[in-house]
Design a protein around this ligand. Structure first.
Ligand code: HEM
Length: 267
């Protein structure tokens, strides 16, 4: 069985279930706990699959251990159980297949992430590691700078919200960011600049912003990117999709590999 077989099986699930966005979020939250500075440690190790304690119980991960892992289960059963690929590498690969299948850039995947054996392989908590959607630029910097990302990287990475949506029963926020939430393009940036947004509170009590004309949303953390110096990158990516894709791939691969050692180019 080759890497192409695994990718084809992931693609089949995405085509059938339209679930590309949640695979991207799964990889992001597995890897995104990494931090240096006040908080240390954390890496993509699939600790989220344990729901007795740790990352699988974090509110920020709502929907991932349940919905995302159920969707991925047929591929997991076929390739992880037989020892061909680790859970953490599969989650990384599934996100990268999703990005490509939805029209985004081709992201190179390296392999060798080591899975947590139980929930003790989790980081201690989500606070300071994973971002909140109801906060602004200071918070985004506090979260992303200790992971090795600068202001431009924060904008490029946030561009992943060009796909997917917020689910009231997961995050409490509600709605898609763009009018074509299964297409990975630069619409997140062009729509953010061209639309008017009105603040609202969701039924779950979360503050967000909605475009009344189209029903798309932006979180407070998204509209924070309209402030200088972030805005310069929003404007660049809105007019130049190639620039967005190039900067996104650079930051995204770094995110997916943060905290890992000895990764290799082949399975
Ligand atoms: C910048 C700070 C960020 C905040 C505050 C944030 C917050 C959120 C929230 C609240 C949701 C909704 C979850 C749900 O209800 O299902 C979400 C979804 C999502 N996020 Fe982020 N996010 C951030 C950055 C990122 C990054 C860096 C990526 C990947 C590079 C990403 C990818 C996604 C995707 C693809 C979804 C859609 C999931 C789905 O449709 O099921 N986000 N994010």
């Amino acid at each position: 069985m080759s890497l192409d077989d695994i990718k084809a099986d992931i693609k089949a699930v995405i085509d059938e279930k339209s679930c590309g966005p949640i695979f991207i979020r799964l990889s992001w939250h597995d890897a995104g706990v990494y931090s240096t500075g006040k908080l240390t440690g954390g890496c993509p190790n699939a600790a989220m699959r344990f729901t007795d304690a740790g990352e699988g119980t974090f509110g920020a991960n709502a929907g991932l251990p349940t919905v995302a892992l159920s969707l991925l289960r047929p591929v997991t059963d076929k390739y992880v159980t037989s020892g061909i690929i680790s859970h953490a590498d599969l989650w990384t690969l599934a996100a990268n297949v999703a990005i490509e299948v939805m029209g985004g850039p081709i992201v190179p995947t390296r392999f060798g992430r080591v899975d947590a054996r139980d929930s003790s392989g989790s980081v201690e908590g989500q606070v300071g590691r994973l971002p909140d959607g109801d906060k602004g630029v200071d918070h985004l910097r506090d979260i992303f700078h200790p992971k090795g990302f600068d202001d431009g990287d924060i904008v490029a990475l946030s561009g992943a919200h060009t796909v997917g949506k917020c689910h009231p029963d997961r995050s409490g926020f509600d709605g898609p960011w763009t009018e074509m939430p299964l297409k990975f393009d630069n619409a997140y940036f062009s729509e953010m600049l061209s639309k008017e947004y009105v603040p609202e509170t969701t039924s779950g009590g979360c503050p967000q912003n909605r475009c009344p004309r189209t029903g798309t949303v932006m979180l407070i953390s998204d509209l924070a990117l309209l402030e200088p110096p972030f805005r310069r990158y929003v404007e660049l990516y809105a007019r130049d999709q190639d620039a967005f894709f190039a900067d996104f791939v650079k930051a995204w691969v770094k995110l997916q590999e943060n905290g890992c050692t000895g990764l290799r180019d082949t399975l």
